[in-house]
Design a binder for this molecule. Structure first.
Ligand code: NAI
Ligand code: HPV
Length: 521
């Protein structure tokens, strides 16, 4: 290790307070503790990575006398060295050049830079900063042009549902290692293009499900009692006490389209209110409570008093609710969409509401949404918007289904943890576009260990070539898996002298199937 490297090591002494977010082994990276003001990370400023080295998959385990040593050398060591072997064109020029591990290559090394867009929870930003990364936090979504201009400075990006990471953006950013979707949906990212360029994508598969389910319950009651209309009238000074067309929800039928994390959660809540639940899904799913799966969407539409969508945006679901489907709904029924805007033809919905075929609707998501808060929800986003704004008993919300303090904190914690685990340890558990691969942590004692993280095309003979390159060393453990066209190998090798690291890196990187080679040590 060069002198300049040693100087940058954060100091952690035996007297430092024990700080950790416990990350249980063999999970999808969900810390047992919740984020927030009480989090030890927020109050101490010491790297939460200590938890992974000491409490996670480290062979020493909790209580080991090596805990502090793991903290300082394994966790920080890996983070510090990470960028030493990134592609030569990485724009890490904010750091002075230093002596390379083989004594003279003068490679550049800098902090990993993370761009967080769309007002991602600040605890996530702090978590990443505490992991040693440089973090820029922006409250709005970026357009494609802004991404093309600004993303080349970063190795990691965090987004929510608005920012589109297109093939063009991916192709223009060879330095990008990882994308964190701080939400459930990943339709805003070209997952396939990202995988082919060796960019792992992570999301938070269920941390905001409860928030969405609760919003839907509130919408069912609000629609059925025409709450927003009465409230709007009263704010204009009009007293309009009516019972006509207002109903209890007890005994009514809720039709859930998509019985996944959100749909199933909602099913339980709705039954507690005395509703009958039916659902339609493309796969057979075990019902919760007394809910019942139906065979076709048409069957669900014709039987439900309330229809609510909880499907992802995929080619099969785009436009799944149009004029025909609205006509199949019961007269006087209600429609709710908290899934994705493109799933519904909003002109057809406006027709169904204007003709009074439907008694009301709640819409949280739109085919095009403004990138930041403020004015902008107007006809430029779709001709149906001026029509929708005129309609009675129509609740319009600005994509707030997952926007609660609880959900945003949990998502911040989960995705930030996944990013750190991937960047510092190569772990892809929970990735939506990579094969899921993990190895227990490198032990801190042996300075001669290195970890190979090798993303490659899924072709025959690759492992033979790689293992030939590694054959002079002891392969302590390795694991490889594939997903479609790409495969990912993690291997821990011992007995590697510093002078050999650059050579191993170069040889692996030059293999024919290489997409991305990283060495962590
Ligand atoms: N409004 C908001 O703020 C939020 C919106 N969402 C949206 O909700 C969607 C659903 O979320 P989860 O329940 O967590 O997803 P999930 O993946 O757990 O469940 C989706 C279900 O839809 C089913 N499905 C897929 N295609 C279908 C089709 N053509 N017809 C019927 N069922 C189909 C799947 O089999 C699965 O059971 C997300 O993909 C996201 O787009 C999620 C969170 C917040
Ligand atoms: O989690 C999702 O998929 C959502 O739709 C929530 O998106 P948001 O984080 O509010 O932009």
């Amino acid at each position: 290790m060069s002198a300049s490297n040693a100087n940058r090591r954060p100091s952690v002494s035996a007297s430092d307070p024990p700080t950790f977010i416990p990350i249980p082994a063999n999970t999808r990276g969900i810390p047992a503790s919740s984020f927030g003001p009480l989090s030890p990370v927020a109050t101490t400023g010491t790297s939460p990575l200590a938890s992974y080295a000491s409490y996670g998959t480290s062979p020493q385990g909790p209580g080991s006398h090596n805990r502090q040593r793991s903290t300082s050398s394994a966790a920080f060591g890996i983070a510090r060295q990470l960028t030493a072997f990134l592609p030569a064109d990485y724009p890490l020029d904010e750091e002075p050049e230093h002596e390379g591990p083989n004594g003279g290559s003068a490679k550049k090394q800098g902090k990993v830079k993370v761009l967080l867009l769309e007002n991602i929870n600040l605890d996530a930003a702090n978590f990443l900063k505490n992991a040693g990364y440089e973090v820029d936090h922006v409250s709005k979504a970026y357009s494609e042009e802004e991404l093309l201009q600004k993303l080349p400075n970063y190795q990691a990006i965090g987004i929510r549902s608005k920012t589109k990471i297109t093939k063009k953006v991916i192709d223009a950013n060879p330095q990008l290692l990882v994308i964190g979707c701080f939400c459930i949906g990943t339709n805003q990212v070209d997952l396939d293009s990202a995988a082919k360029k060796g960019i792992a994508v992570f999301n938070s598969p269920f941390s905001n499900s409860r928030s969405v389910a609760e919003l839907v319950i509130s919408e069912i009651i609000a629609l059925s009692r025409q709450l927003t209309d009465r409230s709007g009238e009263l704010k204009q000074g009009i007293w309009n006490k009516v019972s006509k067309g207002c109903w209890e929800i007890r005994g009514k039928t809720l039709g859930i389209v998509g019985y996944g994390h959100i749909g199933a959660q909602l099913s339980v809540l709705a039954e507690a209110f005395g509703m009958s639940v039916i659902y339609y899904d493309v796969i057979p799913i075990m019902p919760l409570g007394t809910a019942r799966q139906v065979d076709t969407l048409e069957d669900l539409l014709s039987k439900s008093d309330f229809v609510t969508l909880h499907v992802p945006e995929i080619p099969d679901t785009i436009g799944m609710m149009g004029a025909l489907e609205f006509s199949q709904m019961k007269n006087g029924a209600y429609f709710i969409n908290n899934a994705r805007g493109k799933v519904v033809d909003l002109d057809a919905l406006a027709d169904a509401l204007e003709s009074k075929h439907l008694a009301g609707a709640a819409i949280d998501v739109f085919p095009r949404e403004p990138g930041s808060n403020g004015p902008g929800f107007d006809g430029s986003l779709g001709s149906f918007i001026p029509r929708l704004r005129q309609l009675n008993n129509l609740i319009l919300t600005p994509h707030i289904g997952g926007s609660t303090e609880e959900a945003q904190r949990a998502i911040g914690s989960e995705v930030a943890t996944a990013l750190v685990r991937y960047l510092n340890y190569g772990t892809t558990l929970g990735s939506v576009n990579f094969p899921e691969v993990d190895l227990r942590a490198i032990t801190a004692q042996d300075e001669r260990h290195i970890r190979l993280c090798f993303v490659h095309r899924n072709e025959p003979g690759v492992l033979k070539v790689v293992n030939n390159i590694l054959s002079d060393h002891n392969i302590e453990k390795q694991f490889s898996d594939s997903k479609g066209d790409i495969a990912y190998l993690m291997a821990d090798i011992s007995g590697v002298g510093h002078e050999e690291v650059a050579d191993i890196y170069t040889q692996i990187k030059r293999t024919q199937a290489n997409i991305l080679t990283r060495l962590l040590y």
